[in-house]
Ligand binder design. Structure first.
Ligand SMILES: NC(=O)c1ccc[n+]([C@@H]2O[C@H](COP(=O)([O-])OP(=O)(O)OC[C@H]3O[C@@H](n4cnc5c(N)ncnc54)[C@H](OP(=O)(O)O)[C@@H]3O)[C@@H](O)[C@H]2O)c1
Length: 300
């Protein structure tokens, strides 16, 4: 298959490029730094720097849309929010517009989203049949608009799957890289009261899930890409500390997190209890069902 990936140089994109190349697919990555693509994504992967390089005669069988400025790294100023929006919603709108001009329409668009689309759900279980509540916080509104932009490709006749991804656990990932040093010193902390749910997925399962959606011609619509056993923040904290053979007695008070992170504190103090009902219903088997196994695989 000829595949175009936006944001293919990121954590998820690089792992996907490797898996696609291993099975013989031909991969092109849209990147702001196209010359770096072969080094980051694999020798045979081509880089393009702008969507205008996708001429109508150029055929892609599938498009995987992962680009987006990092959500957590910087304070959500109005300028930063515009960047988060532009790099996801507007880029996806531009992508669909270019798809519409292609002489041969891609058969499938797999487009990024996140479990944040469900907002802070408390104890409610979130399955795919719709956000539990209308999007209120910025993160949920962003995911909502990102999905709506991708669904524009359905009107063209392309199959669209929405990748509602949980926190991805991976050796090379930013999440564990940030948490590990403090946990390794015995300074791991639960966040607030630690009762908020965390929906997570190990990187190998995320890649396998995406390949499943790429190949299942009947798959369309939203899919929760997270393991079947979400955990509370306090349990995640305990499990990560135990995996590193350290204690974790401390707690980061909610008010301190709000003071430090502003609106972004919502991402840490709120949570979603998300189940991958559609993947499980289609017989998808997770390699890492428990957070213990996933952390073991991600820390080695
Ligand atoms: N990792 C997770 O835990 C997780 C969870 C839920 C959802 N997601 C979503 O899944 C997608 C992929 O995640 P990831 O972890 O692989 O992300 P990542 O490592 O941050 O990579 C995202 C890619 O997007 C491109 N990008 C960054 N800023 C951009 C900007 N301002 N304009 C256009 N492109 C930009 C970059 O590619 P170039 O530098 O090559 O242009 C980058 O490699 C993201 O959209 C993310 O929000 C991730």
């Amino acid at each position: 298959m000829e595949i175009l990936i936006t944001g293919g140089t990121g954590l998820l994109g690089r792992a996907l490029c490797k898996a696609l190349q291993a099975r013989g697919d031909d991969v092109t990555v849209l990147s702001r730094h196209p010359l770096r693509v072969p080094r980051l994504c694999g020798k045979g992967v081509r880089g393009i720097g702008d969507l205008s390089e996708w001429t109508p005669a150029r055929r892609f069988d599938a498009v995987i849309n992962l680009a987006g400025a990092p959500i957590v790294d910087h304070a959500w100023s109005e300028a930063r929010k515009r960047q988060l929006w532009g790099s996801r919603v507007e880029l996806t709108q531009a992508l669909v517009a270019v798809m519409a001009r292609a002489e041969v329409l891609p058969a499938v668009l797999l487009s990024g989203s996140a479990v944040g689309i469900y907002g802070d759900c408390g104890e409610l279980i979130c399955a795919e049949d719709g956000p539990a509540q209308p999007a209120q916080d910025f993160g949920a509104r962003l995911c909502d608009a990102w999905e709506a932009a991708a669904l524009g490709a359905e009107a063209l006749g392309t199959r669209v799957c929405l990748l509602r991804t949980g926190l991805v656990l991976a050796h090379e990932g930013r999440l564990l890289a940030r948490m590990r040093p403090a946990f390794a010193m015995g300074l791991g902390m639960r966040l607030g009261d630690g009762r908020q749910w965390m929906s997570w997925i190990q990187l190998t399962d995320w890649v396998a899930g995406v390949l499943h959606l790429l190949d299942s011609t009947s798959a369309r619509g939203p899919y929760n890409l997270c393991a079947p056993q979400p955990v509370r923040n306090a349990d995640f904290t305990r499990t990560l500390a135990a995996a590193l053979k350290r204690p974790a007695f401390l707690a980061a008070p909610s008010c301190a997190l709000r003071l430090m992170l502003g609106q972004r504190a919502y991402l840490l103090l709120g949570g979603q209890r998300v189940l991958p009902e559609r993947l499980l219903g289609e017989g998808f088997v997770f390699q890492h069902e428990t957070v213990e196994e996933a952390l073991r695989a991600s820390l080695d």
